[in-house]
Design a protein around this ligand. Structure first.
Ligand code: NAD
Length: 478
């Protein structure tokens, strides 16, 4: 069995508590990792402070080199990293290999170019010279979700490093191996020891200690439920937070849409990574006139999805990461059925080794704003524009909205009404390192990616050099 150590202050260490990792596709134990000890976290904070002090003196060009080096080690080792994400989480290998990890690595290249082109500004005002500097915040605690560890590592850590901060990275206990493997490659880079620390272990243990610690910023990606706990944990030492939370994402299909394109994309957005994708679709709303034919085709396409070993290229659906998650999903499906949801496909635990759950389509009579975070999608029809406008606005979450129609003027009007961080019109997963990503309403605040991501991780400082009197000079006549 492979063992994975946590990485603190430039050293690999192990704690007393050891966790075995099970491959959800075949239930074999194949690795273990350790929970970071409380004393090791104190050591990490000490070392990270020193490393951050050193790193803050790096020029923008020198920071860019560090970022490019990180991008390169991720790309150079993408096969091993992708294999680990698949073995621990169960998502199809091609998704980690071709999408998730490259997008995470691209963020480091993007912020390398961004920081290289950055100029701290001198502004000449009526009274003097004003210098605006971009200062780091200091220590940033980065919480990663289990589903796309390296992607979110790129989303959060690349802008945080570009801003000159040091990192305490807390991967999820259900998706930590690729991040712990990355630590081995980071250790070989010429960067201050303690600049990037990876602390493994349970959320309620080591995650809680980070929230309570003396760091300057928390960058959290995960569920709203956990973020509410973290908010309580840091009540005695409040800090800036960026939080990217869950969402009940809607896909709207109007009768004039390009149906084939909508079908293909909504199928992907419903079931990619077994439905464990924050941008995935929770509820499909189809205009009544085309509802029956659209849903028939959607269910037919769902039936054809290949549920199999996630390391195979032809696999569409792999297993869920744990038996507990599978049971939770199944209970939620049964609960929905008992509340008059009609299962159109799936909904049963398979008699198969591994934690596989079939892609499941449930027709509902009432609107339910719920994120399953599993291979389950709800479907419902709608009659008129006023109804759909209300549904969009009543959603308590605001992460992603998909609109499928050829009427771009109306789609634009809807996008204006919608309080969602991302609106895709006739598109899905249209994102890259340069476009902002984040939620509105209960889906969080703060933005990752693009220049907006960078400005979350710095604090602008104004230094005013006086050359003339300001309006209040001599205010009291002295
Ligand atoms: P989670 O909330 O269970 O865990 C997130 C992180 O918090 C993990 O590192 C975990 O170990 C840690 N944690 C758990 N309990 C903690 C506690 N009491 N104190 C401190 N830390 C704690 O999330 P998850 O199940 O890993 O990820 C899935 C969720 O993340 C979904 O709801 C999904 O929508 C969301 N997500 C959002 C985005 C986004 O960008 N908005 C991206 C990916 C995932």
């Amino acid at each position: 069995m492979e063992s994975y150590y946590y990485y603190v202050g430039g050293e690999f260490r192990c704690g007393k508590q050891k966790y075995e990792v099970v491959n959800p596709a075949n239930e074999d134990k194949f690795a273990f990792f350790f929970e970071t000890e409380r004393e090791d976290l104190s050591y990490t904070l000490e070392k990270a402070k020193l490393a951050q002090k050193e790193f803050s003196l790096f020029s923008f060009k020198e920071r860019a080199k560090v970022l490019r080096d990180i991008a390169n080690v991720i790309f150079d080792n993408v096969s091993k990293l992708a294999e680990l994400e698949t073995k621990q989480i169960g998502k199809p290998l091609k998704e980690s290999l071709l999408v998730d990890i490259p997008l995470g690595a691209d963020c480091f290249n993007y912020y390398a170019s961004f920081v290289e082109s950055l100029e701290e500004k001198y502004v000449y005002t009526l009274t003097g010279i004003d210098l605006i500097k971009y200062e780091p915040l200091g220590l940033v605690g980065v919480y990663l979700p289990y589903n796309v560890p390296l992607m979110i590592f790129g989303f959060s850590c690349a802008p945080a490093l570009a801003g000159g901060n040091a990192l305490i990275v807390k991967p999820s206990e259900y998706g930590c191996l690729s991040i712990l493997e990355l630590a081995k490659y980071l250790d070989r880079l010429d960067i201050p020891k303690g600049l990037i620390n990876i602390v493994s272990g349970r959320g309620e243990e080591i995650g809680r200690l980070i929230a309570q610690s003396d760091i300057e910023l928390i960058s959290f990606t995960g569920s709203r439920k956990t973020f509410e706990k973290i908010s309580k944990e840091m009540v005695d030492s409040p800090k800036k937070t960026i939080c990217e939370l869950s969402g009940c994402n809607l896909a709207l299909v109007f009768s004039d849409a390009d149906i084939e394109k909508a079908l293909k994309n909504i199928l992907a957005s419903s079931f990619i990574k077994q439905g464990q994708m924050c941008i995935g679709t929770s509820l499909i709303l189809v205009e009544e006139r085309i509802y029956d034919s659209f849903i028939r085709k959607f269910v037919d396409d769902t039936k054809r999805l290949n549920l199999s070993d996630p390391s195979l290229a032809e696999t569409n659906i792999g297993p869920l990461p744990t038996l507990e998650h599978l049971r939770n999903i199944h209970n939620k499906v049964k609960d929905m059925e008992s509340k008059s949801g009609k299962i159109l496909w799936g909904g049963e635990i398979l008699n198969k080794k591994g934690y596989f759950y079939p892609p499941t389509v449930i027709e509902v009579k009432e609107i339910v704003y719920e994120e399953f975070f599993g291979p389950v999608v709800l479907v419902k029809s709608f009659k008129e524009r006023r109804e759909i406008e209300e549904i969009i606005q009543l959603n308590p979450t605001g992460l992603v909205l998909q609109i499928w129609t050829k009427d771009l003027i109306y789609a634009y009007k809807l996008s204006q009404l919608a309080k969602y961080g991302t609106v895709w019109i006739n598109s899905f997963a249209q994102m890259d390192a340069s476009t902002p990503f984040g939620g509105m309403k209960k889906s969080g605040w703060g933005r990752n990616l693009g220049k907006w991501g960078f400005f979350e991780y710095i604090q602008p400082k104004h230094i005013g050099i006086g050359l003339k009197d300001t309006p209040v000079s001599g205010w009291f006549g002295t």
